[in-house]
Every structure is written in C-alpha cells, then in structure tokens.
Ligand binder design. Sequence first.
Ligand code: NAP
Length: 242
Amino acid sequence: MNYALVTGASRGIGRAVALRLAKMGYNIIINYQSNEQAALETLALVQEAGTEGELLRFDVSSREEAVAAIEKWQSTHPDEYIDVLVNNAGIRRDNLLIWMEPEDFERVLSTNLHSFYNVTRPLLQPMIRHKHGRIINIASLSGQKGLPGQCNYAAAKGGLIAATKALAQEIGKKSITVNAVAPGFVRTEMVEGLDEAELKKQIPLNRFAEADEVAAVVAFLASEDAAYITGECISVNGGLYT
Ligand code: NAP
C-alpha cells in the first residue's frame, strides 16, 4: 500500500492534490488544523475516488504536534511508510513591513517554512530506508519575485524554494526527489477579498488558476514519470512570471 500525506488537505489546493493522488491509487493522509467538517468532505471525496483516506490533525507550525502525530501514525502502521509528502498547508497575513506586527511575521514563517522542517524530517528516515520518496513543497510566485505587502510570506516561500534545492542534493542518491510548485493566483479561500478583475489584467492567461491545475503538476511530480526531476521549482502562474 502506498501512502501520501498532504498537509492542509481540508480545503483549496490541498484538497485538489489529495483527490489527484487518490485517483493515482494512493491512500491519503489528510492533515488539517481546525476545519474538521471540510477535512471530512475531503475524506468522502477520496473514498469516492476508490481509495482509502484518514484524517491526521496537527498544527504544522508546531514541531511537537507534527512529530507526535507522525510517530502515532507510524506506530499504528508498523509495516508501512509514507512515500509521498506534499507540504501544502499555508497562510498569509499581508501588510506593508512598516505596519507588520511581529506575530504576523513569525506566524507566517512558522506555518509556511518551519513546517517544512517539522513535517519532512520525521518522514525522511523511512523514505531513505525504502530508497524511494517524493517530497513536493507548495511555494508561491511571491517566493520567486517578492510581492509588496508580503515580506513575511515571500521570505517563507523563498526559503522553502531554497530548502527544496538543498534537500534534493542531500537525498538524491536514495532515489528521493524534492521539488517545489510555485502557483500564481489560485481561486481558493486564501485569495478571497483580492480584486480578481483588476489582478487578472496582469496575467497573460487573463484568469486565476483552479486548484486542480496546481494539483495536476503535483501529481506529475509524484509519479514515476518525474523520477529524474529533482531540485526544481515549477511555476503554475498563467505566465505572470517566467
Ligand atoms: P486555503 O484554501 O486557505 O487552505 C489552507 C489549508 O491549510 C487548509 O486546509 C488549512 O486547514 C491548512 N492550514 C492552515 N494553517 C495550518 C496549520 N498551521 N496546520 C495545518 N494545516 C493548516 O489555501 P490554498 O489557497 O489552498 O493554499 C495552499 C497552499 O498554496 C499554501 O501553502 C499557499 O501559500 C499556497 N499558494 C496559494 C496561492 C493561491 O492563490 N491560493 C498562491 C500561491 C501559493 P483548516 O481547513 O483546518 O484551516
């Protein structure tokens, strides 16, 4: 049995990724923070896709919670390991730096970047032992070019892209690939309140992405077809930044 852990799989891009991977036959471990109702909806969709799923609630920004949840999962699945990890959970707390409160800087860093350490590290040893693994980090256009009002988010996502490249070089010999996907604007709850009509004028494809268009790239990176791709950051941004 193959297992994929998708963080922040209750909604948005994470849910779309969970469904894509379910259709590829993976058993899906659905992480979320607080929205149990939405996580249960993802679970029902995963089961409809014909595979198994389970909820694993923990706050990705807490090392203690992440490690405890993963160790508990491992103890109840002694003969299995998680061979696909999608680090997707994320938040934004936008403001110009001059107005940005320290907790908004720190919260975005801990949820979007420290989470990479908290969740990835406990899963590495089993992947190395099995000489197979796929780690896919959901970055952002903001981490590639920086966007005003997002010093916190851009720093976190830029750091995530750099960590992707570093880890890819550490564990390539073990046939574990590490890649990032950098979406532009994607129609999820995260972009509610943004002026889509105005923003889309800057996008060559003249629209926001659907979550499934990001999930398609994640699914490709998780597949055997992507076995020779590592340390990459693939943009999914409608031509906004190339
Ligand atoms: P979303 O619709 O707001 O969903 C966020 C997901 O992350 C939810 O499942 C949420 O769980 C989970 N989450 C948030 N904080 C968490 C925590 N501390 N621990 C565990 N789970 C947590 O966001 P989205 O648009 O799908 O974004 C997904 C990823 O894509 C993020 O990393 C985001 O930065 C990135 N991204 C999004 C866009 C965009 O335009 N939407 C563009 C570029 C990059 P609950 O349901 O329990 O709250």
